[in-house]
Design a protein around this ligand. Structure first.
Ligand code: MSP
Length: 515
């Protein structure tokens, strides 16, 4: 059988500041997709890391009174720590200050020079340090970048990438690859930007030092974006395009980005790659932005959400679930305490958690704590079992197009059906009237719980492990190859105690701990 590979990346994060909910969100979405693919039998490479060069980081280091190297070492570590706090499963964490990246970025540059796509000239125009982006005069809004960032006039010698020459080839590429940019609204945005005409792109600066020097002309520092984007190929061995990693993982299956950085990923990056004779990535998905209780998140408003604080307050898996469930993936979303509570107390504690609790506790009390016998299925049993056996297929379909919240709709749909099945099946009544039938109902419910445990692993790894422990599914039988009737629970197998899986959030607890 040929190996199935899957390469997924997060943007690399600027180390000018501490991580916030936006960073946690992008990486979480990738983590869920990466975990799901691994469970589905793929050889996954999940890359994240930090973007450490450029003027913005240089200025932040200056402000902190540190040299840029010491500063980036410190701040980059915060992003690594975030990965542990959030239980991310990255396979590699890249820092653009690493040697492997310097080598890759310079080789990539040389290749573009060799292909005749880079030339020397002089840049005169607007630059926004906050966005690390050049803007045309026509793009400015009231003297600022369209993002609201301050711009400064820059006039200096610069190397240029012949972006203008790539307009038609880019448009052809988008046309031939309609799934390259998602969601649709972002695709339209990119199309109209490119159709509007492309200017050559300044790709080096001489006014600061913190970056990768241009090969053979070290007065020039590479523009941070051309350098940063190449991290995606550094991590799989570029310039060695014959390495096993490069062959297995390029073109990348998915670059996950926020909506603010699509131009870099969907216009500049495929143009650079095509110019260097490398295939563009298969897909770029742009997610939306979070607000806090309805307000834009910003340092000046003092409402930045610290992911560590959320995890302390609500618990890790509840936070992971909430972020993936609350917002149709691709749209903007709002974080509010009320909606967090609703999701964790209703969908997790009352519905999913309580289902496991009441079924397993009942079996311990009345059926000797073992998997009961299947004494023959009735249509209602078959119906819910089919829903359980089809759950992973349904979720896979949604996740393949990054409809992450919809995949959770499917999970919740099964939880809701299972609770209805408990109510109509009423095992507590059957205990007296028809114990043989009761066994079958409980057996069916345990199979449903097993599938819920399997299917929720990518979203809530720790809670799902508890569910699977309770129904005694061995570690080796937790991949998706074990879903379905062929690997059903064996009657007579001992169950473990029904430990609580999804704690409820009670306001007094928050008052006690002062959170
Ligand atoms: N360094 C560049 C990316 C280079 S990739 C080759 C960068 N870094 S960043 O740290 O500013 O942003 C990283 C990601 O965080 C972006 O995808 C951005 O959309 C995301 N978010 C920042 N604030 C956010 C919210 N409030 N909500 C959701 N995501 C947001 O850009």
């Amino acid at each position: 059988m040929t190996q199935k590979n899957f390469y997924i990346t997060t943007p690399i994060y600027y180390v000018n500041d501490v991580p916030h909910i936006g960073h946690a969100y992008t990486t979480l979405a990738c983590d869920v997709l990466a975990r799901f693919k691994r469970l589905d039998g793929y050889n996954v490479r999940f890359l994240t890391g930090t973007d450490e060069h450029g003027q913005k980081v240089e200025k932040a280091a200056e402000k902190a009174g540190m040299n840029p190297k010491a500063f980036t070492d410190k701040v980059s570590q915060n992003f690594r720590d975030l990965c542990r706090t959030m239980n991310f499963s990255e396979d590699d964490f890249i820092r653009t200050t690493e040697d492997r990246h310097l080598k890759c970025a310079q080789a990539f540059w040389n290749k573009l020079v060799e292909k005749g796509d880079i030339y020397i000239g002089k840049y005169a125009g607007w630059y926004a340090v906050r966005d690390e982006a050049f803007y045309a005069e026509s793009e400015l809004v009231n003297g600022k970048a369209p993002t609201g960032a301050d711009v400064e006039w820059v006039e200096e010698p610069s190397y240029f990438f012949k972006l203008s020459a790539w307009q038609d080839r880019l448009l052809k590429f988008y046309e031939q690859n309609p799934d390259f940019i998602a969601p649709e609204s972002r695709r339209n945005e990119v199309l109209s930007f490119v159709k509007g005409g492309l200017m050559d792109l300044s790709v080096s600066r001489t006014s600061f030092k913190w970056g990768v020097p241009v090969p053979n002309d070290d007065k020039h520092i590479m523009y941070v974006w051309i350098e940063a984007l190449s991290n995606y190929i550094t991590a799989i061995g570029y310039p060695d395009v014959n390495s096993a990693d490069f062959k297995n993982f390029w073109p990348c299956d998915l670059h996950m980005v926020g909506k603010d950085i699509i131009r870099f990923h969907c216009v500049y990056w495929p143009a650079f790659l095509m110019a260097a004779d490398i295939a563009p990535p298969k897909r770029v998905f742009a997610h939306g932005w979070w607000t806090n209780e309805g307000q834009k998140i910003s340092k000046s408003l003092g409402n930045v959400i610290d992911p560590l604080g959320l995890v302390k307050k609500y618990g890790l898996d509840a936070v992971r679930y909430f972020m993936m469930r609350e917002v149709p993936f691709g749209n903007d979303g709002d974080f509010s305490h009320a909606s967090m509570l609703r999701r964790m107390n209703t969908e997790l504690a009352n519905d999913y958690g309580n289902l496991v609790q009441r079924v397993v506790a009942f079996i311990h009390k009345n059926v000797g704590g073992v998997v009961p016998k299947n004494n023959g299925l009735q249509p209602a049993d078959q119906e819910i079992l089919n829903q359980a056996y089809g759950l992973i297929d349904k979720m896979r379909k949604e996740l393949d197009v990054q409809a992450i919240n919809k995949s959770l709709d499917a999970l919740n749909g099964l939880v809701v059906s299972a609770n209805q099945y408990v109510d109509t099946g009423a095992p507590w009544t059957l205990r007296k009237t028809d114990p043989v039938r009761m066994e079958t109902v409980l057996y069916v419910l345990l199979e449903v719980i097993r599938h819920l445990g399997l299917a929720s692993q990518a979203f809530m790894p720790e809670a799902s492990a508890k569910v699977l422990d309770i129904v005694n599914v061995p570690a080796a039988k937790r991949t998706f190859a074990h879903a379905g009737a062929a690997h059903a629970l064996v009657p007579g197998t001992a169950l473990n105690p029904a430990v609580p899986v999804f704690p409820r959030f009670v306001e007094e607890d928050a008052a006690k701990t002062g959170t």
